[in-house]
Design a protein around this ligand. Structure first.
Ligand SMILES: [Zn+2]
Length: 385
């Protein structure tokens, strides 16, 4: 395992040196990983986004069959702007067993470990394939992950198990809530504050919309599955910001509301969306349009990242528990790409080196012993394949 560790550390250094902040292209890093994997005999597919600026990588070692195991990670990292780093964030430094650099734990450490294992997979894997799935734009709404799942569907690729290596300190995570974010725009009609009936007050309609969200918030509590282990156990809604209008004596013509929900089950998200759509169509819009036919309410979807629903049957969880010897698993509050794989029919868990406590922060690091624990899990995995 010594060479695997030194290979992983060297590879992590190379990956950190690609400044793959979500807003810039990840193509150089993807080309580098594709080259490494091809050299180890992997069959590599690269799926570009619409404008060819970014790409997902999907690679396979082993037989061409269903039921393989996916090792999944996102290639993008969050920005370092306005963060005070002790060293240059895109050059890895090592200090007392900790490897520092942007993306060290979130989540280039896992990608490096997975790719460093490729020679061993090539040597040992016989019965079931191992896949590598490296995506773009996870940090801005799992855009690459959504596209990748579509590509896999088109190609008829059906992996059995997915391990998403987000930093969990190698704990096995079998569930997290979804994260759905929206911006709702209200367009009314301006006028003099002394004649409120001659205008359409966008702020007032936004407030009525928020009231509806508050009602839904209460109703969602009652919908919580009795077996839910989330904290809190129900789907939550948060009103993040509400702005609009210009002055005391002017009817507000525009208002903007930013809000989110964190569903514990997909049916809750559908329930909220259809309730709001009906409320807008049957109550708010008719009232607004009595005064001005051009009045409108538009909801922009910022992200709809599905949760990972804890399941009684979860082959990924059972496999990882066997590999790591863990006797339990947990839930986390942050979102990942795991729910996308679950939707594809692949059982999924989140399990990776490093801690979420260091993610997105200055002086992000991953501990060498966490990388070792990850390599130990992947080595045992090799024996199972
Ligand atoms: Zn991440």
């Amino acid at each position: 395992m010594k060479t695997q560790l030194s290979d992983t550390v060297a590879l992590l250094g190379d990956l950190i040196a690609f400044p793959t902040v979500s807003e810039v292209s990840n193509l150089d890093m993807i080309a580098y990983l594709a080259h490494r994997l091809e050299n180890e005999g992997a069959r590599v597919e690269i799926f570009h986004d619409e404008i060819g600026h970014k790409a997902n990588l999907f690679a396979t070692i082993g037989p061409d069959t269903d039921g393989g195991i996916v090792l999944s990670g996102h290639s993008d990292v969050v920005p370092v702007d306005e963060q005070d780093w002790a060293s240059y964030p895109f050059e890895m430094t090592e200090h007392q067993g900790l490897l520092y650099g942007r993306g060290a734990c979130d989540m280039k450490g896992f990608i490096a470990a997975a790719v460093a294992m490729a020679p061993y997979f090539r040597e040992k894997v016989r019965d079931r394939p191992v896949h590598f799935a490296f995506t773009y734009d996870e940090e801005v709404g799992c855009l690459g992950g959504q596209a990748l799942v579509e590509s896999l569907k088109e190609h008829g690729i059906r992996p059995g198990v997915a391990i998403i290596g987000e930093p969990t300190m190698m704990r096995i995570i079998e569930g997290h809530k979804g994260c759905y974010e929206y911006t709702t725009h209200f367009h009314g009609l301006a006028g003099h504050g002394s004649s409120p009936d001659r205008g359409v007050n966008a702020v007032e309609y936004a407030v009525r919309y928020v009231n509806r969200l508050l009602e839904l918030k209460d109703r969602l509590r009652a919908r919580a599955p009795s077996s839910s282990r989330f904290d809190p156990p129900w789907t939550t809604i948060n009103t993040g910001s509400l702005s609009g209008g210009v002055a005391h004596n002017v009817i507000a013509s525009i208002a903007t509301l930013e809000w989110e929900m964190r569903p514990v089950q997909k049916s809750d998200a559908d329930f909220v969306k259809s309730d709001l759509a009906a409320y807008v169509a049957e109550t708010l819009l008719p009232a607004m349009r009595q005064v001005d036919a051009r009045a409108r309410i538009e909801t922009e979807t910022i992200a709809e990242v599905d949760g990972l629903e804890p399941m009684d049957d979860n082959a990924a969880r059972d496999l990882c528990m066997e590999l790591t010897g863990a006797n339990g698993c947990g839930l986390v509050p942050f979102g990942t790409e795991a729910g996308l794989f679950q939707k594809l029919g692949t059982s999924a868990v989140v399990c990776g080196p490093g801690s979420i406590a260091q993610a997105h922060k200055p002086d992000e690091f991953v501990a060498v012993d966490q990388i070792e624990a990850c390599l130990a899990m992947l080595t045992k995995l090799t024996r199972k394949l």
